[in-house]
Design a protein around this ligand. Sequence first.
Ligand code: S3P
Length: 173
Amino acid sequence: MKAQNIILIGPMGSGKSTIGKILANKLHREFRDSDHFIEEKTGVDIGRIFDIEGENGFRDRESNALIELLGHHSRVVATGGGSVLRKENQALLISCGYIIFLDTTVNQQLQRLRRDKKRPLLQTDNPRRRLEALFDERRPIYLQIADLAVKTDRKSARKLASEIINQLPDNLL
Ligand code: S3P
């Protein structure tokens, strides 16, 4: 039977960790965050991993983190925004849980991330252009693999978490 994790996907600044924690709390599940897991394991932050190993090195670590985190059955797992890029990750996510896509506009991302110094992909002269390019590339993938897509606009994290819970299939409650 398919492992019944609840998996949050979506771009940087869509609220995956915040909403994931609320969902885990309400559903009495363990919450794990892929980026935090990688930082704990390596002892350095994501920016340093990008500096030393490049994006590809980070993606290898991310794929391994997902395998470890999704080996359990009833967690809520927040993934990194680029975790859906590799086909093998897509297959893993699909086989290991119920996938929720937090569908966020670039404006909303910019609002949330305007002071961010931690995300290597945003350390550019034009973060808006970068986010738009990532949006165009990744949104079709998010939509394709999601079991549920929710628009995050103008809603508090709590409200959104309640809306998600109302739409979850019974076997996940
Ligand atoms: C990335 C998103 C980040 C982190 C890394 C790369 C991406 O995670 O994994 O900076 O490629 O979109 P969040 O989505 O949690 O910010």
